[in-house]
Design a binder for this molecule. Structure first.
Ligand code: CA
Ligand code: CA
Length: 836
């Protein structure tokens, strides 16, 4: 961020030297403005088609700007030097300086303090998580990744997906800059830099207040965005470019008066040029986030419209058209692309041909604002905010004639409010025209802007309240205290005023300080679900997987980060293609464990070579969409090539879809392969046993399962394991297995293999001869204690329960010992096959 401030500084100095636009800014305003001026330069470099956007150039620009800034501020530095140099004089000088600017210094440090506290609160939850939201952050990581690979903003997202890029890329330039300077990975950069912008809102709230009226209003607004407004501080679902654009939106709202021809610029030429500069900045906002641009433009339109109603506003319209034309420049490449690609299939933006556009369920935005965390995640605060807003409205209305400098911001606020309401209503058109419902998510943003405008009102109200209170107290105090003690009287009045203000805002301060960090951790947790296992596996993939691999991922699992971490293709990242109904059907079928030939056909169509199963899954409203690794483990069509913790990578072999499970136990750890220990009723009796793989008594390959049980003083001891099996057709299922129960088995000891439904209510068992359970009609006694057996379990289940075999069931292997002589059972070559 500091680096960005440095890059922006020469631009700002140049601008302020020639225009009035950015003069009279203080240090804090300059910092936030420079972030965006610096970003604008980087954006320009990234948009040029010369592949300039790389580490060398970016470093060179940063260093050059640093040198240039020092050069430009030579005079100021000299002044500072003369303050410090003569040691004896300096203390007096500094003291003189400070006493002259005591209140200013106090106000600035209060704002800076709030900024730093917010920054700390935003950054402190981040180490709990690896990356941000697996959806938004993964999409933006992909943009950053292709930008880094192409050293600039490319036309398409090749080689990851063929779709063209029409999403304006200015925010991604910030993130890519973080990658180039600090060596971040794209998702890390986005996660951390977004938090910086969330804190930056404090400074930009101060900016708008200060430039409309006074430092006091700035301080008041900074405070409102420090603890009253939850936006954008507590936004955790992603929306990274939105967050990055938020502070710039405030800066641009503060430039609206310049459109009204009320400032002194010596020539028309300069006036037009500064309008052009405003336009470029507005266009830059569009490149950061289109909806915010629309909101600002709508606000300007409303303000002009009101002026047209009141007086002639030809001049404003002319200014507005200059600004509007200039604002199109920064996003023109994306507009051009969009228009150019329109006739292409899917407009070349990845709109899948088999997309099914379902009209979104109607969301009541007012309801959302009031009752589902739109105002505040804490119910008591929602009530206080509403009360505060109503009270502010009344007070501002009654004092409307005495507002003076506060009036300007109030007008703009009302324009913003009106514009947002209009936009919210316009967004409702999508319910009338379903095909444009892709933009549904955006309807939330003007709703947020309604809330933001209310926050501005509260900020104005604070200043009025402060003035009224302090005047009142002074009047009262002069009656009590001697007139000579005016200083004391002032101090008491200020103290009392602050006491009242603090008591009004104490609930907000309380929640901000005690609850916000916890809230951030909790709500990040819904979407930031990448685990260390996933991260390490994706790094392993980056170093070991063949370049041309295509990895099938679930769009609710951390595999969405594969393009930006592993630099391999994933089907699909969080782009429009993922809405293809064939892909969605594929994800769902795998989710249900329905691995029918259709699934393999769909995967072949997409050239899938690997499948990634993540350790965790993201929050989803309807149902859990996580893939079970057991669908793939010991499925002969998939080969487990790497497992780290609970994250799996399988290679697709396209073998035989009719075999859903085939286990020869050619591995070391049965629990790694999805088997779990069975807590059978025998566990209350004393005994011992273990489960492992072993190279004795193998019928096939080098290993078999060994499962032992030894009763130690009880009635019997049972040792067992189980795992889940998914089948796609239950009509004709064959279970085969090799079993060897000779060592230590004497009647009624038994080794059995059973199939149970997932609620453990119904089961059929295959057990060695002389078992105690032989009489049950659900039990089939094997003809011999050793051998390879095969049964049609669909038929047996049908006969036993007069029902179809369930599509998901458990296979259990259980060893029961009665006599105390250790039973050593071997099992191998279990397979479950669908069809003949
Ligand atoms: Ca084997
Ligand atoms: Ca025994």
């Amino acid at each position: 961020m500091i680096a960005l401030i440095i890059i922006g500084e020469p631009v700002r100095v140049a601008l302020s030297k020639y225009f009035h636009l950015f003069r009279e800014l203080d240090f804090l305003q300059i910092s936030v403005l420079n972030v965006y001026l610096g970003g604008l330069i980087l954006y320009f470099i990234a948009m040029l088609p010369f592949h300039f956007f790389n580490a060398n150039v970016v470093w060179a620009i940063t260093l050059m700007s640093g040198v240039l800034s020092i050069f430009l501020h030579k005079v100021a530095l000299k002044k500072l030097n003369s303050l410090i140099r003569p040691v004896q004089k300096s203390t007096i000088n500094v003291r003189n300086y400070l006493s002259g600017h005591k209140i200013t210094a106090l106000q600035c440090s209060a704002v800076l303090g709030m900024f730093l506290v917010t920054l700390w609160m935003q950054v402190s939850p981040l180490p709990t998580f690896i990356f941000g939201s697996i959806h938004d952050t993964s999409l933006h990581s992909l943009f950053v990744q292709v930008m880094l690979e192409n050293q600039g903003v490319p036309l398409t997202m090749q080689p990851y997906v063929p779709e063209g890029i029409v999403y304006p890329q200015a925010a991604h330039v910030f993130f890519a800059y973080g990658c180039l300077i600090f060596g971040y990975m794209p998702p890390e950069a986005i996660f951390h830099i977004t938090a910086l912008f969330q804190a930056l809102i404090i400074l930009s709230a101060y900016y708008i207040g200060k430039s409309y009226s006074s430092r006091r209003l700035g301080l008041s607004l900074a405070f409102v965005f420090f603890c009253v407004s939850r936006w954008p501080r507590l936004l955790t679902w992603g929306g990274n470019p939105y967050v990055a654009a938020f502070p710039l939106q405030f800066i641009l709202l503060s430039l609206i008066p310049f459109l009204q021809d009320s400032w002194a610029e010596d020539s028309t030429w300069k006036k037009n040029l500064s309008l052009f500069a405003i336009g470029i900045l507005l266009g830059y906002l569009a490149a950061l986030h289109l909806t915010l641009y629309v909101i600002v433009m709508a606000t300007i339109t409303v303000s002009i419209f009101i002026n047209v109603l009141r007086k002639r506003a030809f001049y404003e319209l002319r200014n507005f058209s200059i600004v509007f034309a200039a604002s199109l420049i920064p996003i023109s490449p994306f507009i051009y692309r969009f228009v150019e690609w329109c006739p292409y299939p899917g407009h070349n933006i990845g709109l899948p041909s088999d997309i099914t556009i379902t009209p979104w369920a109607y969301t009541n935005l007012l309801n959302w604002l009031l009752f589902s965390e739109g105002i505040s995640p804490y119910p008591p605060l929602v009530i206080i905010v509403l009360g505060l807003v109503i009270f502010s409205g009344i007070v501002i209305y009654r004092k409307r004639r005495q507002l003076a400098t506060l009036w300007n911001l109030t007008t703009v606020t009302l324009c913003l409010l009106l514009a947002s309401v209009v936009l919210v209503l316009l967004f409702h058109l999508q319910y009338v025209f379903p095909p444009i419902s892709i933009i549904t998510g955006e309807a939330v943003r003007p709703t947020i802007s309604i809330f933001i405008s209310l926050c501005f009102l509260v900020g104005v109200f604070n200043v009025i309240l402060y003035d009224t209170l302090i005047n009142n107290f002074r009047k009262r105090l002069t009656r009590i205290i001697l007139p000579s003690k005016q200083v004391f009287e002032n101090a008491v009045a200020i103290a009392l005023t602050f006491l009242i203000l603090i008591s009004i805002y104490s609930p907000f301060l309380y929640y901000t300080i005690t609850q916000d960090t916890g809230y951030l951790v909790k709500s990040y947790g819904n979407f930031a679900v990448t685990t260390l296992d996933d991260y390490e596996l994706m790094l392993w993939m980056r170093d070991n997987l063949p370049e041309n691999s295509v990895v099938l991922v679930n769009d609710y699992e951390p595999g969405m980060f594969i393009p930006s971490i592993s630099h391999r293709r994933a089907i699909y990242p969080w782009v429009l293609s993922k809405d293809s109904s064939s892909y969605q059907r594929l994800v769902e079928m795998i989710g249900n464990g329905t691995m029918s030939p259709a699934v393999y056909d769909a995967m072949k169509q997409l050239d899938i070579t690997h499948v990634y199963v993540g350790a965790e899954y993201s929050y989803q409203w309807e149902k859990n969409r996580k893939w079970d690794p057991l669908v793939f483990l010991s499925n002969p069509s998939f080969d487990l090539i790497k497992k780290i913790g609970n994250a799996y990578l399988f290679e697709v072999l396209y073998g035989k879809p009719e075999v859903v499970y085939e286990d020869s136990f050619e591995y070391m750890n049965v629990y790694d392969m999805g088997w779990k220990l069975l807590n059978a009723e025998g566990c209350q009796f004393r005994g011992s046993g273990y489960v492992s793989t072993n190279s004795s008594y193998t019928n096939n390959g080098t290993h078999n399962l060994i499962i032992t049980a030894k009763n130690e003083g009880g009635l019997f001891y049972a040792n067992g394991i189980y795992r889940t099996i998914y089948i796609w057709d239950t009509s004709n299922v064959t279970l085969s297995f090799y079993i060897n129960a000779t060592a230590g088995f004497s009647p009624p000891d038994a080794l059995s293999i059973c199939i149970c439904d997932t609620s453990w209510n119904q089961s059929i068992c295959f057990t060695t001869p002389n078992s105690l359970y032989a009489e049950h009609n659900s039990t089939i006694v094997l003809p011999a204690p050793v051998g390879l057996f095969s049964y049609n379990v669909s038929d047996i289940w049908q006969k036993t329960y007069n029902a179809m075999l369930p599509t998901t069931f458990f296979i259990t292997i259980q060893n029961i010992d009665f006599d105390g002589a250790e039973n050593i059972g071997y099992v191998g070559d279990i397979s479950v096959k669908v069809g003949d």
